[in-house]
Ligand binder design. Structure first.
Ligand code: PMP
Length: 284
């Protein structure tokens, strides 16, 4: 494997940043994960637009021009011969002697990695669906910024694993579902309408979420952008999550409560099926 680190393509095993990188010391950095499917990078524009927003919200500079970053992303994908898989990119405020205040004249650090993922794994998982647990929201109130400060997400997802589940949904004090540890949360109502929480500061505006709005429109499915409670989700016709790594993934159990008949729903499976056609067309 080959990775990109601050201007150089290096062997992945030897790719490293300095111990005084602010990403390492303060989680002072942002990232993106893009899906690679059938050889194309799914919605690179959407991911780079969101990266731009994350950087601006944290008053961080682009490490290099946007076109140059696009070239690097494609190069890392090509050098690793990824046809189906993931690209990870991370920008931090750079390397400087440890101090809370922004360093002056410090170049941001940029890392880009890519790896293959067998699409059969996700397809198989979508055939059975996943289980989620709910956990109290304990993150800061700017989770709309995609920072590498993911410790609450790490703990929530590990708690899910320990409970035999695959994702954890953060729930606020009113019992409203916010989003997953690394995904957005959706339900399908009894009358077949899609429901997902508005993308305010309380959740990350998922790129997959946005594409699924287009997919839903194409399939003639109505979307209600509103909050929903854990109780409503447990009683829904279907539930699912979305992210670049899972696309649309059926949820069949919430906190041990079986959703509908316990099998992946037809709406989420039709969204999943239609996703790549819509994503591929939007490349042009
Ligand atoms: N919410 C959180 C907290 C996430 O980490 C992710 C995955 N990056 C998402 C939602 C889904 O976003 P996307 O569809 O852009 O992968």
């Amino acid at each position: 494997r080959i990775s990109y680190v601050n201007g150089r393509y290096v062997r992945h095993a030897e790719a490293a940043v300095h111990i005084e990188d602010r990403g390492y010391q303060f989680a002072d950095g942002v990232y993106e994960v893009c899906e690679v499917a059938r050889g194309f990078i799914v919605d690179m524009k959407g991911h780079l637009d969101r990266l731009d927003r994350s950087l601006r919200e944290l008053a961080m500079d682009w490490p290099l021009g946007r076109k140059a970053l696009e070239v690097i992303i494609r190069e890392v994908v090509a050098r690793n011969r990824v046809r189906d898989g993931l690209v990870y990119l991370q920008v931090t405020r750079g390397v400087a002697p440890r101090d809370f205040l922004f360093p002056k004249d410090t170049a941001p650090s940029l890392v880009v990695t890519a790896r293959k993922v067998d699409p059969a794994v996700g397809a198989k998982r979508a055939g059975t669906g996943i289980k989620v647990i709910t956990v109290p929201e304990n993150r800061w109130d700017r989770v709309d910024v995609k920072t590498v400060g993911l410790l609450p997400n790490v703990l929530a997802k590990q708690a899910a694993r320990d409970a035999g589940a695959q994702e954890a949904w953060f729930v606020d004090t009113d019992g409203m579902v916010k989003e997953g540890g690394s995904s957005n949360a959706w339900i399908v109502t009894k009358d077949g309408r899609l429901v997902t929480r508005p993308a305010d500061h309380g959740i990350l505006r998922g790129i997959t979420r946005t594409t699924l709005f287009e997919v839903a429109a194409k399939l003639g499915l109505a979307i209600e952008e509103r909050g929903f409670t854990v109780a409503e989700a447990k009683d829904a016709r279907e539930a699912f999550i979305s992210s670049a790594t899972t696309i649309a993934m059926p949820v069949v159990e919430i906190d041990g409560h079986v959703i509908a008949n316990g099998h992946p729903g037809s709406v989420v499976l039709s969204l999943r099926e239609a996703f790549f056609d819509v994503a591929e067309k939007s490349q042009a």
